[in-house]
Design a protein around this ligand. Structure first.
Ligand code: GLU
Length: 305
């Protein structure tokens, strides 16, 4: 049991020299103020154990990791109808690319690139009277933490500078693939991205995906086993921007990253691993975080492959 603790302690030391190598996201001004020295990691097992190192309890902006929560909610609500509006193939393109959307006539490749996530947000508005409150309720339930909230400063900061997302939403609208007004969709989207959670919150919140859709602590079903399998498959193929192949090769687990520097990885049947290190590589993934996860699956000799 203490083996995981020893391993993450060793990893934290090993990745320390890499913390300065990544670049903190600057296109969202509120994120640019975060110190690249931050590093946290947590492992939550389906048996109820928790192992942490560094800044694992400090809250950060989860950004695109929130796309897993909204996807889980919408898949549960509308099932396969989702796939009429968004695909489920790897994009092989940057997360905020406009080019592919034009080639493919306004149908985003998958729900984890920004264009696809905007479709999911559009559906959240159609399906929920109060989408943000419902999302918050869902995330708090998954993490078993009623304190989780949005970071209004981050949401506002992105609203002021999120011109590319505004372009994507308008583009979707021009193809008839956005039902609600662009402003409304963007407002909800920026808030969902601003969810503020720690590594420990995220490891706990994703445990249902390591346990066939059921929270192993409460025994409550969050989604059915089939949906859990599908969400893990989508994370594996689409969760790391245009580095899904690299992540599969080096880490070998389904995962989801965000430009706040967080990455969550799921080892089905066993555990959830979350790392936070704000310095990003050119694809927008945490540079030291990728290395930390790679070292974890190397030292434990575990992966889904
Ligand atoms: N809010 C960010 C954006 O839309 C999320 C990007 C990310 O974490 O991938 O640009």
């Amino acid at each position: 049991m203490t083996a995981y603790q020893d391993i993450i302690e060793k990893i934290a030391l090993e990745v320390k020299p890499l913390l300065q190598e990544g670049k903190v996201a600057t296109y969202i001004p509120a994120l640019s103020r975060i110190s690249p020295e931050k590093f946290g990691m947590s492992v939550a097992t389906v048996k109820g154990e928790l192992f942490t190192i560094g800044d694992a309890d400090e809250k950060f902006s989860i950004q695109s990791i929130s796309k897993v929560f909204t996807l889980a909610m919408i898949m549960d609500r509308i099932g396969d109808a989702l796939w009429e509006r968004v695909g489920r193939e790897a994009s092989g393109n940057p997360f905020n690319s406009l080019i592919q959307l034009e080639y493919e006539n306004g149908k985003p490749r998958n729900p984890f690139i920004n264009a696809g996530a905007l479709i999911v947000t559009d559906l959240m508005i159609l399906e929920n009277k109060d989408p943000l409150q419902d999302l918050l309720g869902f995330v708090r339930k998954c993490a078993n933490n009623p304190e989780i909230g949005f970071d209004a400063e981050v949401a506002l900061s992105e609203k002021m500078t999120g011109h590319r997302n505004a372009a994507l939403a308008s583009f979707l609208k021009s193809y008839g693939n956005l039902v609600n007004e662009v402003e409304r969709v963007l407002d909800i989207y920026f808030h969902q991205c601003s969810l503020s959670m720690s590594c420990v919150d995220l490891s706990r919140a994703f445990l249902f995906l390591a346990n066939g859709g059921t929270d192993p602590r409460s025994g409550k079903m969050i989604c059915g086993p089939r949906q859990a399998k599908r969400i893990n498959a989508l994370m594996q193929t689409c969760g790391l921007y245009d580095e899904c192949g690299e992540f599969a090769y080096r880490v070998g687990l389904p995962g989801k990253s965000g430009v706040g520097g967080g990455i969550v990885a799921v080892m089905p049947g066993e555990l959830v691993l979350t790392v936070w290190s704000p310095g990003l590589n050119p694809s927008g993934n945490s540079l030291a975080g990728m290395k930390a996860l790679e070292l974890f699956t190397t030292y434990t000799a575990r992966s889904i492959f």
